[in-house]
Design a protein around this ligand. Sequence first.
Ligand code: ADP
Ligand code: MG
Length: 250
Amino acid sequence: MSDSAVLHTEDLTKKFGELVAVDGVSWSVDAGATKAIIGPNGAGKSTFFNLVSGVLSPTSGNVSFNGEPIASKKEHEIARLGLIKTFQQTNIYEESTVFENIRIAAQMKETTFNMWARADSLTSVTERTEEILSRLGLDAERDRTASDLPHGLQRKVEVGIALATEPDVILFDEPIAGMSEEGRHEMLEVLSEISADPSLTIVITEHDFDFIMDIADEVTVLHQGAVLTEGTPDEITKNDQVQEVYLGGE
Ligand code: ADP
Ligand code: MG
């Protein structure tokens, strides 16, 4: 593990009965990096994310976040520490506007972390909401009701809700699964935009290798629950073993 790792796992294992879904994974991501975890369906990507984010508890092994062991913590405790998984526990308020959805998340952060909120805290909540809307290109959508938005834009709002809580790490589990071409394009834009933020660490799982090529600094290849290899997107593209897993896998 490097000293700059914000999140790391040590020999992390999850068994479902006889099946070893995650098999002794020792892995880390540096603060500020954008890292992808790729692998064919069934490789263990979602299970790995569920272990790291506290949705599941490991059979054995450790997870640490900002130097603190978190494997025994609950999902909401881990989220409060600043490690969140999108599209799962972020809930859109269907009847509220895009602006309100993001403002509520920003407000919750403010009241949770700042009990003696200063008089100007409402201004800062509004400012942060405005900043996120423009960052994600959602200005034109601000007054639309969330339930009226197409799938791709709803996902953007969910990213906005996640950003409003000012996390250190965001996990995206197959963010473009089931999306139209337009939705995929929009998600790519959003991920490129937020991955440029040096204070944010992003981990993305994908089975579509092409999608992560342009956004990831580093790629981990998971195969049958274990790390097959790691490298830059370029190195992974040229890796014969990886080609074999992909060509032989699905
Ligand atoms: P991926 O996200 O890479 O497609 P998963 O983590 O979803 O892979 O699954 C890894 C393996 O674990 C698969 O064989 C899957 O069938 C199995 N698995 C996942 N979740 C469960 C569960 N709750 N109970 C039993 N088996 C599971
Ligand atoms: Mg999955």
